[in-house]
Design a protein around this ligand. Structure first.
Ligand code: CAA
Length: 381
C-alpha cells in the first residue's frame, strides 16, 4: 500500500492551496456575510482547470484522477466551502454525469464549455416533496412526440442562478415508478424555465441555492440522457461519485479548522503558557488530528476505488458519512479552542462550523449514507 502522492498530485494540491490562500481567503468573510457568489473566483478556477478536472482533455478537461480532485477539493474547502460546492457540483455531478452517459453530440455541445469553466452546471434531483426519497419525483416530462413537455419544481439547487446548463431528473411514465424516470439537459433561457427564489442559508452562504420552476418547458428529444428510463440510475451513479467530492469538502472544512485552532492555541496564552500546552487543549487537538487522518484515509480509499475501476458506492458513502461527522465535530472544537474569538466572524472558525453542517445533509443525508452502507452489508430490509 502506497500513500505517497505523485508529483502531479502534489502540484495540483499546491496550486489549489495557493489559490485558496491568496485568492479566496481575502474576500471570504464578506462573501459569506453578503451571500455573494464568487463569480470572479470561479472564473479563475475554470482558467486554472479546476472546473473539469477529471474530464478527458479531448473535451476540454484536465484528464486528472479522482485523488487529484479530492486533494484540490480539500484545499479549496479549507478556506471557502461556498466556492468548493460550486466546483464539486460542476466536476463530479455535472461533468462526470455527461462524460459517462451523454452521447457524443451532447458532450461536444454541453460538456466542453462546462469542463473549461466557461459555463457552470447544476444537478437537479431534489424537489419540495422528494429529497431523501428520490424515487418520488413529481416533476414530469411528458412525451409529446417531437419533444417532452416538462412541468414541476426543483429545490435546493446549488449553482441555481449561476448555471447555464441544468441536468434535470423528471418522471416520464408515472406508472413505471423509478423505471419511468429520465434525465434531461435543460438550458437557461428555455421558455417556461424560471429561476426562482434564493435560499437564505446557515452556511455556504456564498453559494447560490435556488428553487427552479418548469412551466410547460418544451425539451427537445435529443436532450434526454441515455436510454428511456435510465434517469434514476443516472442520478444514483452520478451521486455515488458526488459523495466523494462532498466527503473531500468535509475533510477540507475539518482540516482548515484544525489548522486555525492549532495556530491560535500556539499563540494564545492562559495561566502562564500557550493554551496548546494545557492538556485540555492538547488532547482536543490530538483527537481532531486523528479523526481528520481517518477521514482522509476513507476519502483517498474511495477516490482510489473510483480510479481503479472498483465499485465505490460503499466506500464513497462511508467517506461522506464519516468525514461530514468529523467536519461537524472538529469545527465545534475549533470554536471552543478559540473561546470568545471563535464566536466572531474575523477568526473564520464560526463560518467553518456553519459550513460543516450541510455536508451531513446534501448529496444524501448521513441517514441515507447509512441506508446505502447497510444495504451493501445485509441487502434491502
Ligand atoms: N447505482 C445504480 N443503481 C442504483 C444505485 C446506484 N448507486 N442505487 C440504487 N440504484 C437502483 C436500484 O438498484 C434500483 O433499481 P432496480 O429496481 O432496477 O434494482 C433503483 O435504483 C431504486 O433503488 P432502491 O429500490 O434502493 O430505492 P429506494 O427508494 O429504496 O432508495 C436511495 C434509494 C438510495 C435511498 C435513494 O433514493 C437515494 O440515494 N436518496 C438520496 C438522494 C440524494 O442523495 N439526494 C441529494 C440531492 S442532490 C444534491 O444535493 C446536489 C447539490 O446540489 C449539492
Amino acid at each position: 500500500m502506497n500513500f505517497d502522492l505523485t508529483e502531479e498530485q502534489i502540484a495540483v494540491r499546491d496550486a489549489a492551496r495557493d489559490f485558496a490562500q491568496n485568492v479566496l481567503k481575502p474576500g471570504v468573510i464578506e462573501r459569506d456575510r453578503d451571500q455573494r457568489f464568487p463569480h470572479e473566483e470561479v472564473k479563475q478556477l475554470g482558467e486554472l482547470g479546476f472546473m473539469g478536472m477529471m474530464v478527458d482533455p479531448k473535451y476540454g478537461g484536465g484528464g486528472m484522477d479522482t485523488l487529484s480532485y479530492a486533494l484540490a477539493m480539500e484545499e479549496i474547502s479549507k478556506v471557502d466551502a461556498s466556492t468548493s460546492v460550486c466546483m464539486s457540483v460542476n466536476n463530479s455531478l455535472v461533468c462526470w454525469g455527461l462524460e459517462k452517459f451523454a452521447n457524443e453530440e451532447q458532450k461536444l455541445k454541453y460538456l466542453v464549455p462546462l469542463a473549461t469553466g466557461e459555463k457552470i452546471g447544476a444537478f437537479c434531483l431534489s424537489e419540495p416533496e422528494a429529497g431523501s426519497d428520490a424515487t418520488s419525483q413529481r416533476t414530469t416530462a411528458i412525451d409529446m412526440g417531437d419533444h417532452y413537455l416538462m412541468n414541476g419544481t426543483k429545490n435546493w439547487i446549488t449553482n441555481g442562478s449561476t448555471a447555464s446548463v441544468y441536468l434535470v431528473i423528471a418522471q416520464t411514465n408515472v406508472e413505471a415508478g423509478h423505471k419511468g424516470i429520465n434525465a434531461f439537459i435543460i438550458e437557461k433561457g428555455m421558455e417556461g424555465f424560471i429561476v426562482g427564489g434564493k435560499e437564505d442559508k446557515l452556511g455556504i452562504r456564498g453559494s447560490d441555492t435556488h428553487t427552479l420552476l418548469f412551466n410547460d418547458v418544451k425539451v427537445p428529444k435529443e436532450n434526454r440522457i441515455g436510454e428511456d428510463g435510465f434517469g434514476f440510475t443516472f442520478a444514483m451513479k452520478t451521486l455515488s461519485g458526488g459523495r466523494i467530492g462532498i466527503a473531500s469538502q468535509a475533510l477540507g472544512i475539518a482540516s482548515g479548522a484544525l489548522e486555525l485552532a492549532l495556530a491560535y492555541s500556539k499563540e494564545r496564552k492562559a495561566f502562564g503558557k500557550e493554551i496548546c500546552k494545557h492538556q485540555a487543549i492538547a488532547f482536543k487537538l490530538a483527537d481532531m488530528a486523528t479523526e481528520i487522518d481517518a477521514a482522509r484515509l476513507l476519502v483517498w480509499r474511495a477516490a482510489d476505488d473510483k480510479d481503479q475501476g472498483r465499485n465505490y458506492d460503499q466506500s464513497g458513502a462511508m467517506a461522506k458519512l464519516f468525514a461530514s461527522k468529523v467536519a461537524m465535530d472538529t469545527t465545534v472544537e475549533a470554536v471552543q479552542i478559540h473561546g470568545g474569538y471563535g464566536f466572531v466572524k474575523e477568526y473564520h472558525v464560526e463560518r467553518l462550523m456553519r459550513d460543516a453542517k450541510i455536508t451531513q445533509i446534501y448529496e444524501g443525508t448521513s441517514e441515507i449514507q447509512k441506508i446505502v452502507i447497510s444495504r451493501n452489508l445485509i441487502g434491502k430490509i
